[in-house]
Design a protein around this ligand. Sequence first.
Ligand code: GRF
Length: 201
Amino acid sequence: MNKARIAVLVSGGGTNLQALLDAQGSVINSGEIVLVISNKEGAYALERAKMADVEGVTITRKIYGDAFEKTILDCLSSHKIDIIVLAGFLSVLSEDFVKHYPNRIINIHPSLIPKHCGDGFYGLRVHESVLASGDKVTGATVHFVNEVTDGGEIIFQKEVEVLPDDTPEILQKRVMEQAEWILLPKACELVSKKIIEERAI
Ligand code: GRF
């Protein structure tokens, strides 16, 4: 079978990337991670890619300036990428970029969208916002990316309990373990399968 070709875009530690790499051959069967692009030099996610024998590339705004997105697009196209996964990628992509891959870019957000999302809601800030709101339940959302930050069609959501003594760090870890690392591989398989099926028609 010709698998869907997946690129994962990262900026940091890459635990979601690791969950995807670990899910290959079990949860992810219709797709294959063939490329990791980091917009931060020395991101640990690149080490994870290397250990899994996946090509890793660094493309930063600092080096490429106005050609940043064009350089990423060229790299994706030369690797014949079908699906782009934003896994802790802390750079907002332009409308123009997104238009190149309609319903082919997936993002993971650590809250139950439409709560605690949008511009400025990333990393621990999301969990700080959940704790400040007094919500008893939070979770994670995997969604397609369109031109609105955290605004594309929702693929999966999973709830996670908020406990009385939670700190943003503790809550972040629980949301990752109980929701993000489970949902993202499942969403990759769903979208990969759809691509393969469309190809067969
Ligand atoms: C995750 O919480 C993800 O939901 C968000 O950024 C974080 C990335 O963590 N978009 P990691 O780099 O995958 O460990």
